[in-house]
Ligand binder design. Structure first.
Ligand code: GGG
Length: 363
């Protein structure tokens, strides 16, 4: 029996292309793992009314961790129209399978390292190396939404002028949820010798929810006096990051702000072709590239697999296979530095699998 059982979720679109690339390097590293395919993505929404079938969730619960590539996710209007005619009007509601996975498995940490590798023509300024901790289970993504204002809302002071046809999305931030993500950020900083943690919020406007987040952040920060702590409003943070990214080391924030700021950071180290992500809970984790399924490139084996390969490195580290993780990162760094194999985003014409083979050849 293999040492690890890994749920393998390629998803759809380019998810299948980049997952194949990740398997090339994992197989070359001879990871003692069994990979078990799981259905997830748009085709299962269309044909079953469920993009994350129960059989996939059940299978994941029997594995050590999951590796996920990408899925197509669309807004309400498009999603409903694309459901098979025989399923329409039967009460199926599209919900993001990624968000659901994170919530159902309590993967409260979304860890997104943003590290520039020397020689990448897409690097912004000098080498950047920072890490984003995004709260992954609450905030704006709890999924409590109303197509129009529920009548009972009008009992709340301040809602009198709210038009009845306003759609409502609720944001929930708990002291416990905030404390555990901030603590994870500080623990990471301590473990990896990072010097500073920056909490990002909009507490001057979102007084209740970000008030809770910042109270928790200050409380946890006081437990780590050796690590510098500061905070910034989300809007200013976007500006400061572009101006002077070297001022930041570990960033911790709530769900939606983390979603946005981590894309910004990924762009500074080469774009989504380099953005990798770990959704981590107490005893389970799902690793994925940050990017989506780019349907227009599906099956063309054209896109950059490095984000997905770096997600495989994160998975190896999390499994305790840190030597293999380090070898994989060194191989990625070498291929980038040599510059002989480059995908189209890097200005080259190498394909997805060619890049994976070049990395595997260094292992
Ligand atoms: N690998 C991440 C991915 O596939 N993202 C697509 C995406 O952002 N979908 C929005 C969502 O369903 O959460």
């Amino acid at each position: 029996m293999a040492k690890y059982r890994i749920a393998w979720l390629p998803g759809d679109g380019i998810g299948k292309d980049v997952a194949e690339a990740a398997r090339i390097v994992l197989d070359r590293l001879d990871v003692d793992a069994e990979y078990i395919h799981g259905d997830i993505g748009w085709e299962f929404w269309r044909t079953e009314g469920e993009p994350l079938p129960k059989r996939t969730l059940d299978m994941m619960k029997e594995t050590d961790c999951a590796f996920f590539a990408a899925i197509t996710s669309k807004g309400r209007d498009v999603a409903d129209a694309e459901l098979l005619p025989e399923l329409q009007g039967k009460g199926f509601v599209y919900r993001s399978p990624i968000v659901r996975m994170r919530q159902l498995l309590d993967l409260y940490i979304c860890l997104r390292p943003c590290k520039a590798y020397p020689g990448n023509p897409l690097n912004y300024k000098d080498l950047i190396d920072l890490v984003v901790f995004r709260e992954n289970t609450e905030g704006m993504y709890i999924g409590v939404e109303f197509p129009k204002v529920p009548e009972e809302f009008y009992a709340v002071k301040g809602t009198e002028k709210l038009p009845r046809d306003a759609a409502i999305s609720l944001r929930a931030v708990t002291p416990g949820g905030s404390e555990r993500i901030v603590r994870a950020a500080f623990e990471y900083a301590q473990k990896y010798g990072r010097k500073r943690v920056t909490a990002v919020h909009k507490a001057n406007v979102l007084r209740q929810t970000d008030g809770v987040f910042m109270e928790a952040a200050r409380k946890v920060a006081a437990e780590y006096p050796e690590i510098a702590f500061n905070n910034a409003n989300i809007d200013a943070m976007g500006m400061w990051l572009l101006k002077d990214p070297y001022n930041y080391d570990v960033i911790v924030t709530t769900n939606l702000f983390g979603d946005i700021i981590s894309d910004l950071c990924a762009q500074m180290v080469g774009g989504l072709g380099f953005g990798c992500s770990g959704n981590i809970g107490t005893d389970y984790a799902v690793f994925e590239p940050t990017h989506g399924s780019a349907p227009k490139y599906a099956g063309q084996y054209k896109v950059n697999p490095i984000a997905t390969i770096l997600a495989a490195k994160m998975m190896l580290d999390w499994l305790g296979e840190t030597d293999k993780g380090a070898q994989l990162e060194a191989a990625v760094a070498e291929v980038i530095k040599e510059g002989k194999v480059r995908t189209y985003d890097m200005g080259g014409d190498s394909g997805t699998l060619e890049m994976a083979e070049a990395i595997a050849a260094k292992l």
